[in-house]
Design a binder for this molecule. Structure first.
Ligand code: NDP
Length: 331
């Protein structure tokens, strides 16, 4: 069995030597446990927060620990009542080929309803994050303008599609013209603005002629600053993440902070794990939207556990469109 352990704390953007591939004996399931073969691994921005002592809602990893991450795979052997060899499951089983898990770590999935990988993305915690942030804290109303940052990414692409279903005008922000084209054409946003263009501020203002009622923020930093003057009175900002800041060695100071006051804005940071009560409703709505063909998703897939660190770093650089996954099992 192979796993990736946390080897070194990064300064700024992580490098591959922050990770180490190790070979360990195959784990054996005991009573109340199952052995799971992990087929796909999700690599997520929050891992970066766990790599460093900073004020953060997540706990910090210790050097030598196996990297945390959600996986989808199949049970190989089980000593858990109700779980059998061959069952497909998702869980937070880490960056490794095989894991031993207990019933509480595992959730069965229906691969006839959707491909297994969808349960790491739009139909899993990614989609639920989008749903909770938008519906619970964004509270979009028909006709309002919803703006979404990291719009071509895993969470952002779901937010935009859900907001369209609510009858909103939906505008994305993404890095580069190719990503913006995907956001418009595949994810069905009304418009998308390239934040890397020199004309970003003017392009953004043009894209939201009625102002912004909901800004679903995945990135923070200078993009949040550029959005603040465009907010309407009583706008809502579900603050989902600050990916532009996770590698920052100097924190970015928001300049347009007073706009929050001027426009009586509600800014709400949220973390998915605080809202478990909403998960069943969110999962059901996402599954319905998917079944109705109203939830498109994309995956960027890297092959091989040994390449997971590179996939993670590239994702932080923005190489991914949609959900960044690592395929652990060939074929
Ligand atoms: P994505 O699939 O969106 O991938 C990350 C994207 O971030 C990249 O593709 C890149 O897109 C963008 N990005 C990277 N650096 C910058 C930058 N400096 N400025 C602007 N954009 C940047 O990841 P996820 O969908 O998994 O996560 C999106 C956000 O949601 C993250 O902040 C994450 O921490 C957060 N999150 C929060 C949860 C919660 O419970 N609150 C749960 C899950 C995720 P581009 O090329 O456009 O720059």
């Amino acid at each position: 069995n192979r796993r990736i352990i946390y080897a070194k704390r990064p300064t700024g953007m992580p490098t591959v030597d922050c990770f180490q591939l190790v070979t360990v004996p195959m784990p054996q399931p005991g009573p109340g446990q199952a052995l799971v073969r992990n087929d796909y691994l999700s690599v997520d921005p929050y891992i970066r927060m766990r790599m460093e002592e900073k004020d953060s809602y997540t706990s910090v990893m210790k050097v030598g620990e196996t990297l945390v991450g959600r996986t989808v795979g199949q049970i190989v052997a089980s000593q858990i009542a109700g779980f059998e060899a061959g069952d497909w499951v998702v869980g937070r089983l880490g960056w490794q080929d095989y894991s031993v898990a207990e019933a509480a770590d595992l959730q069965k999935i229906d691969i006839d309803a959707a491909p297994a990988t969808a349960y790491l993305g739009s139909l899993g915690s990614t989609g639920i994050t989008a749903w909770v942030g938008l519906m619970e804290f964004g509270k979009p109303k028909p006709g309002e303008t919803v703006l979404v940052s990291a719009a071509s990414g895993a969470v952002g692409s779901v937010v935009g599609q859900l907001a369209r279903q609510q009858g909103c005008r939906v505008v994305g922000i993404a890095g580069g013209p190719a990503k913006c084209a995907v956001v418009r054409e595949e994810f069905n946003f009304d418009d998308c603005v390239d934040y890397k263009a020199d004309t970003f501020a003017a392009d953004l203002a043009r894209a939201v002629p009625q102002g912004v009622d909901v800004y679903f923020d995945n990135v923070g930093g200078p993009i949040l600053d550029a959005v603040l003057p465009l907010l309407n009175n009583f706008a809502r900002i579900p603050l989902c993440g600050l990916v532009s800041q996770y590698n920052a060695t100097e924190p970015y100071g928001i300049k347009n902070f007073r706009e929050l006051f001027n426009h009586r804005v509600t800014l709400r940071g949220f973390v998915l794990s605080d809202h478990k009560d909403l998960w069943p409703l969110a999962s059901k709505s996402l599954a319905q939207a998917y079944a109705a063909g109203q939830l498109k998703y994309r995956e960027s897939i890297t092959d091989g556990l040994e390449n997971a660190p590179r996939a993670f770093i590239d994702m932080l650089h923005g190489s991914n469109v949609g959900k960044q996954l690592v395929r652990l099992r060939a074929g």
